[in-house]
Design a protein around this ligand. Structure first.
Ligand code: ZN
Length: 458
């Protein structure tokens, strides 16, 4: 009987929670975390012909930001989903603009994004990131007093015909016809802070060719050099540790990290620098034969699951060419399957820090899961071509990064949202329903304006 009533209580509570005006909660999170967002959206450099202007920059950008935070998914969806009298009424109140007759049409939004410089949105993202990292709530996720920043590239769009002068190109042989064909791409390199469950984009560099007739194409590593300059400029005192895959296990990358006083934990593959690997193996052999000070073992027995055997080894101070390097290694065995994780680490390893170092290195997968995967496959529609225009494409990408930041704070920082464990899609529907079917009252608007939310993190 007791458990039955408990279930009923939960259901009742759930029903009550489901009734929350979620749009109001979303605005509270935005206002509480990013108080100056709205005025900043209005301060972007506006290159439009001033005599034809119907909407202020903030009205266009905020509508698009809300559409992405609600994972509307297409440009027509923005116009379609927001097309209710109540929705217009709500935006009137948010923008304090009684004259607002309609939500900006998707063509109007795209026309604006075609001429807006992406650096204007990057400035706003920088403001948002700075607001987040100054919140003490997130300090718990730093390691060695450093923020962990994952760097990774991904493909955004591909075309069969040349799309613009900046497209990357790739030749390949068509298996059916045997003919050589060219494909056209747009890729991006991202730097994201990973803080517990949160993944926040702090820097973006588009991988693209300057013009058509180049001899060597742009690539992820070239983009990293540019991205590093941007990050250092935007966050000069930010103490960070770069987490990256084995593509980055090379000297130029380490040099950039050293010069910027950034730490690094970079995946290492023995075949990528075989001399270094041999050096590591030979020192390890000597170390292991002499003492147990450079290795550690642990066995984990999770309830109802197979036991996990972990063996850590490391070598500090490997003299390699002109560098002194540390390599850390984990061999993990579950049943009969063994996986190895090997990293180059800027920090020397010891028995006390080895597990944490390896765990930090392994966080790299987060950008795939929480970052790119969610943005691509769970509503944000990152692959979708919101505009064919190269410049607008970049702005859409940046708006998605900001919207994802807001949505994560909303989902993971608000207890009443977190507790429901709704899917992204379901929660988006709730947000959209709130926005388009409930007019915000004066009391609610006041509540939004004065919101001071203590983020509830685990
Ligand atoms: Zn292109």
């Amino acid at each position: 009987m007791k458990s039955e009533s408990k279930v009923r209580m939960t259901r009742k509570k759930k029903r009550e929670l489901e009734k929350t005006n979620t749009f109001k909660e979303l605005l509270k999170i935005i206002n509480s975390c990013f108080k100056d967002l709205m005025p900043r959206l209005n301060q972007v450099e506006d290159k439009r012909h001033q005599s034809y202007i119907e909407y202020k920059p903030q009205e266009i950008l905020y509508v698009m930001l809300m559409a992405q935070a609600m994972t509307v998914g297409t440009m027509k969806g923005v116009t379609g989903s927001f097309n209710t009298e109540i929705c217009i009424e709500n935006f009137k109140k948010i923008f304090k603009n009684e004259k607002l007759k309609e939500i900006p049409h998707h063509d109007t939004i795209n026309d604006f994004l075609k001429i807006l410089k992406p650096k204007e949105l990057e400035k706003i993202r920088k403001y948002m990131i700075k607001e987040i990292i100054k919140r003490k709530t997130f300090y718990q996720y730093k390691y060695n007093n450093q923020w962990q920043v994952i760097v990774d590239g991904t493909g955004l769009y591909y075309f069969k015909e040349r799309h613009c002068k900046n497209c990357l190109t790739k030749r390949y042989t068509n298996k059916k016809t045997g003919e050589e064909e060219i494909r056209y791409y747009h890729n991006v390199l991202e730097a994201k802070i990973v803080a517990g469950e949160f993944v926040f984009s702090i820097g973006t560099e588009f991988i693209e060719n300057e013009r058509e007739d180049i001899t060597k194409q742009d690539c992820e590593l070239k983009a990293f050099k540019r991205l590093a300059v941007k990050i250092k400029k935007d966050y000069p005192r930010l103490n960070i540790c770069i987490l990256a895959d084995s593509l980055y296990a090379n000297r130029p990358v380490r040099k950039i990290c050293d010069e910027n006083k950034w730490g690094y934990i970079i995946r290492f593959k023995s075949e990528s620098a075989s001399n270094l690997w041999e050096e590591y193996e030979s020192i390890k052999k000597i170390q292991t034969s002499q003492s147990k000070a450079f290795e550690k073992q642990e066995i984990i027995r999770p309830k109802g699951k197979a036991e996990i055997k972990r063996r850590y080894k490391w070598v500090n101070d490997i003299m390699y060419e002109e560098e002194t390097l540390t390599i850390i290694e984990l061999r993990e065995k579950v049943e009969n399957k063994e996986k190895s994780f090997i990293y180059l680490s800027s920090k020397r390893a010891n028995k006390n820090n080895i597990e944490k170092l390896v765990m930090t290195g392994r966080k790299r997968w987060k950008i795939e899961n929480e970052g790119f995967n969610i943005q691509k496959n769970h509503g944000y529609n990152l692959h979708h071509l919101y505009s064919k225009d190269t410049n607008a494409m970049k702005n859409h990408y940046l708006i998605i990064q900001m919207a994802h930041m807001i949505r994560q704070l909303y989902k993971k920082g608000l207890k009443k949202v977190k507790i429901l464990k709704n899917s992204i899609k379901k929660e988006s529907e709730r947000l959209l329903t709130s926005l388009t079917s409930k007019v915000l009252t004066t009391t609610e608007l006041l509540e939004i304006q004065t919101a001071k939310i203590q983020l509830r993190l685990e």
